[in-house]
Design a protein around this ligand. Structure first.
Ligand code: C5P
Length: 241
């Protein structure tokens, strides 16, 4: 898996998702299915996207006892997902069980990445609600290292965290990074945003981009721009790296 743009299909149903994908013409981007679309449509949406040639990141963030997660992961793997995730807070044993569940009879498996601390959690809420008193940056790094030790392929994090994650867990440990906006775009509810070109400089492996593409007047042009900036390292003015 090389550097790529993952388009977040944050839609209420398959009709809306496919109406959007139609606007991308023959392009077959890597797409992310979150809880909303998955719970609305069920596993069929994954099969259908795979049949149409899309790579699929199933962003379902599993967190349960190891046996349950192992069995659930076996189901998701059978759907043909390319990338799935879980909460590192489920512990190393849960992550190891997830990997076992994901491994198909032929030995292949989807890539597995971990959510460390959600970006909606800050130091104050972590201390108050979770009783975790370490600095949040240390907690994120500890979770990333636990995920790596369990055999996972990477983590979801901010592009701004990609350098420290790579420094602590190795260059090949994947950083899948949301919070991306074009330099001239609206940030919306994202607080700390990074452009695709900056995410590339910081070493992100995959950027997850939703509204800058899905809500664009010309989604195909916005997707192409994202790829140009992030994969090819070419900015708006056509300048290379
Ligand atoms: O529309 P936007 O580009 O903000 O979409 C980003 C996607 O990445 C959404 O699906 C959002 O749920 C997801 N995400 C995020 N921040 C995280 C984890 C996931 O924005 N920390």
């Amino acid at each position: 898996m090389g550097k790529d743009v993952i388009v977040a299909l944050d839609f209420a149903g398959a009709r809306e998702a496919f109406a959007f994908l139609d606007k991308l013409g023959q392009r077959r981007p890597f797409v992310k299915i979150g809880m909303e679309l998955f719970y609305a449509e069920g596993p069929g949406i994954v099969r259908e996207l795979k049949e149409r040639g899309y790579r699929v990141f199933l962003d379902l963030k599993l967190h349960d006892i190891p046996t349950t997660v192992k069995k659930a992961m076996a189901v998701l793997s059978g759907l043909g997902a390319d990338l799935v995730n879980l909460h590192a807070a489920g512990t190393g044993r849960m992550m190891e069980a997830a990997l076992e569940g994901l491994t198909r009879p032929d030995g292949t498996r989807p890539k597995l990445i971990a959510v460390t601390q959600l970006t909606s959690t800050d130091q104050e809420t972590m201390e108050r609600d979770l009783l975790i008193r370490e600095p949040i940056a240390d907690v994120v790094m500890h979770y990333a290292k636990t995920a790596k030790a369990a055999g996972l392929d990477g983590v979801v994090c901010s592009p701004l965290e990609a350098p420290v994650v790579h420094a602590g867990c190795g260059a090949s440990f994947l950083t899948v990074t949301p919070g991306v906006r074009f330099a001239d775009g609206a940030a919306g509810d994202q607080k700390r945003v990074t452009t695709p070109a900056r995410a590339k400089e910081l070493g992100s492996d995959y950027i997850v981009v939703g509204r800058p593409i899905t809500a664009a007047e010309d989604p195909a042009a916005a997707y192409d721009r994202c790829v140009r900036e992030f994969v090819d390292g070419i900015d708006r003015n056509g300048k290379g790296e």
